[in-house]
Design a protein around this ligand. Sequence first.
Ligand SMILES: Cc1cc2nc3c(=O)[nH]c(=O)nc-3n(C[C@H](O)[C@H](O)[C@H](O)COP(=O)(O)OP(=O)(O)OC[C@H]3O[C@@H](n4cnc5c(N)ncnc54)[C@H](O)[C@@H]3O)c2cc1C
Length: 443
Amino acid sequence: MTTNDTNDTNTADTADTGNTGNTAGAGTTTGPASQSPDSYWLASGPGWTGGGTELPRRTGVCVLGAGVMGTTLAYWLARAGERPLVLERNSAPAMGSSGRNAGRMIQGGNAQHALAIEKYGHAEALAIYRATLVNQELTHEVVAREGLRSARFPTAKLDLAVAEDEARELRRTAEALTSDGIAAEWLDRRAAREVFGTDLSDTVLGGLYRPDQDAVHSVAYVRGMADAASRHGAEFVCGITVESVERAADGWIVTTDAGRVHADQVVVALNAWTPRLLPELAPVITPVRGQLVQTAPVSFRIPQWGLDRGLVYGGQAPDGSLLLGGLRNTVPGRDEGVDVPEGGNTPAFSPELAERLAGALPSLLPKTAGVPIVRAWSGVMAFTPDRCPLVGAWPGAEGLWVIAAFNGHGMPYSQVMPEQLAERIRGGRGDGIPAAFDPARFL
Ligand SMILES: Cc1cc2nc3c(=O)[nH]c(=O)nc-3n(C[C@H](O)[C@H](O)[C@H](O)COP(=O)(O)OP(=O)(O)OC[C@H]3O[C@@H](n4cnc5c(N)ncnc54)[C@H](O)[C@@H]3O)c2cc1C
């Protein structure tokens, strides 16, 4: 593997177009020899021609950021009869994390269910898990209703154990899920191998199997949601950077590089960029680099998987290629607290991390030895100290809301949290938002 022409200081996305069709590095090396400026999803997804160019002077609800959260929130608000205005810095939706992730929409929160029960208590852990089950139902309904079926792919999830203590933990989660009526089972090594349909490393002891999961083509999904939101009455204005949000006598003033908008209510959906507008959240939100490598297509089908308590994870893209991510913090200080340059979408790409990821794949799946790595990219995640997102009202500031910091795990909430928050914004209860997600816990 060679990394000669990688560039550690490259911020990966200066072209900033809605659809680049970029295939840099494809199929030529056995390592991430050239950094792809775009993710697979951005390179293979649909472009974006929607959205207006004029900034209106007044709006009801102004949503800041057109990632999956801002876009889907606009969809639910518009479906309920509002005409939300979405402001996005890039030229199209899904150019931040939402277009650079692994596309996995896996049930459950950040922690395995047995551990979540210990951390939050049974009722709250179950509320979090159930929210993601509702999310899955909503996703299926919405993609069918809005003509986005081809953006979703059914899959399964296998969390593999290579150490006895991890195997015990996953068995406990299998039992906890089963007793809560959620489909899950512990598979021994042989059964796990059958689910994979290819050889697995001898070090694998078995795994926690959960059927009926989803993956999405991230860019097709988010831009499809943006189109649907627009059809229902949302307005997107892209290519505008929001600079500040200030309270006015009757609502909020949103100042941008293209002028000011007066909004009755404002929702901040800016992921790791949230503290730039809400500095009180700087001590709460840590930007964390996530990075992925992608192989050439392979002939076998595998489920989504996690290994070593999620430290390494992967799955398969619709074209049969394998995605592999993780290995964060294997080098102290490399990935946590990374800087995302002003105006950029990603932290600096790490060739060293890409090398490690590429090297890790054949040791789990021996048949991938020699399969070329064709693409590698990075993105930024927003982590909180308790690994729960921030969804709800900004305390003491009527009409200011936040939906951010999904700790590298936003897709399983990407319909249900926006839908419930839209309900609250419209004066309803929105009681599907777990109490553990309340931003007030930090403020
Ligand atoms: C490598 C990687 C892999 C991942 N894999 C998965 C996965 O498989 N499954 C999963 O559930 N999650 C995954 N995640 C996390 C997931 O991508 C996020 O949780 C989710 O995309 C967050 O959505 P968002 O809308 O909050 O953020 P974003 O998509 O980042 O949206 C924020 C938007 O705000 C815009 N913005 C920022 N500042 C301004 C400003 N001043 N003015 C106007 N607009 C602005 C940005 O341009 C951006 O479009 C992964 C993340 C990474 C980086």
